[in-house]
Design a protein around this ligand. Structure first.
Ligand SMILES: NC(=O)c1ccc[n+]([C@@H]2O[C@H](COP(=O)([O-])OP(=O)(O)OC[C@H]3O[C@@H](n4cnc5c(N)ncnc54)[C@H](O)[C@@H]3O)[C@@H](O)[C@H]2O)c1
Length: 458
């Protein structure tokens, strides 16, 4: 079959994989290929066990794989044969040198740009899909178009707004698709071409065109605003715990105000995921670079509040459990940073478990999808860490349960059975407010939700 267009995506991760699978599904006349330097990941994409868990992903991949959706490690050939190249490689926070701990580490990104330049023999549209600091596309443009008379590269920014756990849904029915390009005839033509890809299934009025830098900045700002709502309600949760207010009632009351809205107002042990922290710190770094110290401090406080919420959670556990957790088994219910994903990057469970281990507790982690990642995050064979796929086993002999992820599975458990198997007094620290607290209390648990009064038996 001859294809109308050939798309390549460099980086077959949580963003590249689902995004390209949906493009292939919606555009049978477009050939979509994903490449990755991680050969194991590519092998998994070609197997029955995809490398990431995402509801609906298996079906979309299996429906299109081998028809117009392909996974390979042959990046140079992929580049040479493509018309549009999405770059969806990871952009972690820099751990060394200037900007360490704040700025994005752009080495993978620049290497990718140079590889595109080396392997290209025809003009290309290069789409920045990774979240990158403002004006990275400009740097990319300079690297790519430094070759004088060679092929021309038009660089666009097309940040991804999908959320893990609902990635397929978000891709099929996005609030908006944002594409940024240069205000030149070639830039506008490239925007037309990319818009046409999305227009196969996204209504035109939801495809927004901006300049490149607005698109880059909008992604950082969107994540900063979302995280800021979580930190704001978590700050309020601390006050609720000291008073007789209930953070759920407060959130409901303010969320009905149409100017505020109800989403992202759920108090919890804190936000996680690969993006929020990294993107806010990036924003902080950019503000500092531009001499905006107060603006940087404002956004940095969002991250500080998130750390505080996790530390506060552990401090409460320790103080309520008679000021010591040493030698006590704590069942960790959930390790993924949110439900419906196996992703544990920046999960609050990591920080909470590390603190508990420092206090010499034994943590027994259960999670429907994230145990492999949990083992990696805490280090294999770490003393004090045990895993149990079965939550009943995890809770056996434990002094406390700490709910870290809002998996529905945890709501459906037989808590009488769990209570009977635990040490007494038995504690539940519900870091996601998902359990039936009154029922648990009636069974005999001492229950500590986030942002509302504890239900205890003392
Ligand atoms: N995960 C999310 O929910 C989400 C949402 C929106 C945006 N983003 C952004 O998208 C980008 C990718 O995120 P992700 O979660 O998919 O990351 P990921 O780590 O899951 O995937 C990135 C992939 O890129 C590969 N890679 C790195 N360098 C490469 C190279 N030179 N050639 C080929 N492959 C290479 C890695 O092996 C990895 O498989 C990041 O910038 C992130 O901030 C992520």
């Amino acid at each position: 079959m001859t294809f109308k267009k050939r798309i390549l995506c460099i980086g077959a991760g949580y963003v590249g994989g689902p995004t390209m699978a949906v493009i292939a599904d919606k555009s049978p006349d477009v050939r979509v290929e994903l490449v990755d330097i991680n050969a194991e990941r590519i092998a998994a994409w070609n197997s029955d066990h995809l490398p990431i868990y995402e509801p609906g992903l298996d079906e979309v991949v299996k429906r299109n794989r081998g028809k117009n959706l392909f996974f390979t490690t042959d990046t140079d050939r992929g580049i040479a044969e493509s018309d549009i190249i999405f770059v969806s490689v990871n952009t972690p926070t820099k751990t060394f040198g200037q900007g360490a701990g704040l700025a994005a580490d752009l080495q993978y990104w620049e290497k990718t740009a140079r590889q595109i330049l080396r392997a290209s023999t025809s003009d290309k549209i290069v789409v920045e899909k990774s979240t990158l600091p403002v004006r990275t596309a400009e740097a990319m443009d300079r690297i790519l178009n430094s070759n004088g008379s060679g092929p021309h590269f038009e660089v666009l920014s097309n940040p991804e707004f999908l959320a893990e756990g609902t990635a397929i849904e978000d891709l099929l029915d996005p609030d908006r698709v944002l594409i940024g390009g240069m205000n030149t005839p070639k830039g506008q033509k490239a925007l037309d071409d990319l818009e046409a890809v999305y227009a196969s299934w996204v209504p035109r009025d939801r495809i927004i065109r901006t300049n490149v830098w607005s698109a880059e900045l909008a992604k950082l700002v969107a994540n900063a605003f979302l995280a800021q709502r979580v930190s704001s309600i978590n700050a309020v949760s601390a006050l609720c715990e000291r008073t007789s207010a209930d953070v759920g009632e407060v959130a409901h009351a303010i969320g009905l105000d149409s100017r505020i809205g109800p989403k992202f107002l759920k108090a919890s042990v804190g936000f996680g995921g690969s993006c929020f922290r990294k993107d806010i710190l990036n924003l902080v770094y950019i503000c500092r670079q531009h001499g905006l110290a107060e603006v940087a401090a404002y956004w940095e406080a969002v991250v500080a509040m998130n750390d505080h919420q996790q530390d506060r959670f552990v401090a409460r556990m320790i103080s309520e459990m008679f000021n010591t957790v040493a030698g006590k088994r704590i069942a960790i219910f959930g390790f993924a940073f949110k439900a419906d994903t196996g992703d544990t990057r920046e999960s609050p469970a990591i920080r909470v478990c590390r603190h508990l281990l420092e206090e010499r507790a034994e943590v027994c982690i259960t999670d429907p999808k994230a145990l492999d990642n949990a083992a990696r995050d805490l280090g294999p064979d770490t003393p004090g860490v045990v895993h149990a796929q079965d939550p009943y086993k995890a809770a056996e002999g434990a002094h406390a349960i700490a709910v870290m992820t809002e998996w529905k599975d945890f709501q459906a458990l037989d808590y009488q059975r769990i209570y009977d198997s635990m040490e007494k007094p038995a504690f539940v620290f519900d870091g996601r407010n998902i359990l039936d607290h009154a029922k648990l209390h009636k069974i005999g648990f001492n229950v500590y939700p986030i942002g509302k009064a504890a239900l205890t038996h003392v």
